[in-house]
Design a protein around this ligand. Structure first.
Ligand code: HEC
Ligand code: HEC
Length: 170
């Protein structure tokens, strides 16, 4: 007969195993439950591919395509609703389909304003732009033309890559 110590009886072994199995299954369920959220906020999700490329095509010909997260949802909504009243010019080729696809993309990757907060129509006025730049003290005026000074991947719509001096600074 195998002898078990007081703390290692077959019963306690079963309890430990049951707890382990339970926590694994709960952990797995939580992961499953969170999966759609993780996918939703992932830029590379195929769900937004059409909207993203339509955005780059429609909104990236006169100036760089501005990444959605730097401006609030309300600003994007207004810009998409009024393509013919666009900073003194008009955005061509905004049909209902492109409007919907672009809207689906930009609204997913931007945040709402608080009520009563004025809509910023320039990146430099947006608190979301500032929040995304905790390390940067901007000395030059911020425009869509100087993002490239620090973001060498602008032409590929890549705002994650930085120039070496920013990449390597604390
Ligand atoms: C026909 C040319 C043209 C197209 C196409 C165009 N824009 Fe613009 N956009 C402008 C001009 C002109 C300005 C004024 C600022 C400037 O000179 O860059 C501007 C400015 C902006 C700004 C403010 C930029 C800043 O520096 O703060 C945003 C945001 C913007 N556009 C979004 C869009 C979106 C969204 C689309 C697609 C629906 C779009 N643009 C397509 C001409 C265009
Ligand atoms: C003076 C350098 C500089 C300029 C100019 C600049 N950025 Fe940045 N940007 C950074 C740095 C550095 C970070 C990383 C966050 C930090 O360290 O503050 C960053 C982060 C970002 C992020 C977040 C990237 C991520 O990891 O998800 C976005 C989006 C972004 N910038 C967009 C822009 C846009 C759009 C412009 C132009 C209107 C711009 N930036 C101009 C330096 C700059």
């Amino acid at each position: 007969m195998v002898k078990f110590s007081r703390w290692f009886s077959p019963l306690s072994l079963i309890v430990v195993l049951a707890i382990a199995l339970w926590s694994i299954s709960v952990g797995w369920e939580i992961t499953q439950a969170l999966e759609p959220i993780a996918q939703l906020t992932n830029e590379d999700n195929p769900r937004f591919e059409a909207g993203r490329s339509m955005y780059i095509e429609t909104c990236g010909s006169c100036h760089i395509p501005i990444p959605p997260e730097v401006l609030p949802i309300e600003t994007w909504k207004k810009l998409l609703e009024k393509p013919n009243d666009h900073y003194g010019t008009s955005v061509p080729n905004v049909i209902r389909l492109s409007q919907l696809l672009i809207w689906d993309y930009v609204k997913t990757f931007s945040r709402p304003l608080s009520t009563d907060e004025p809509k910023p129509f320039y990146v430099g006025q947006s608190r979301y732009f500032k929040a995304l730049h905790p390390r940067v003290k901007f000395t030059e005026p911020i425009t869509n033309k100087n993002c490239i000074v620090c973001h060498p991947g602008v032409k590929d719509f890549d705002f994650r890559s930085l120039t070496p001096e920013w990449e390597n600074s604390p």
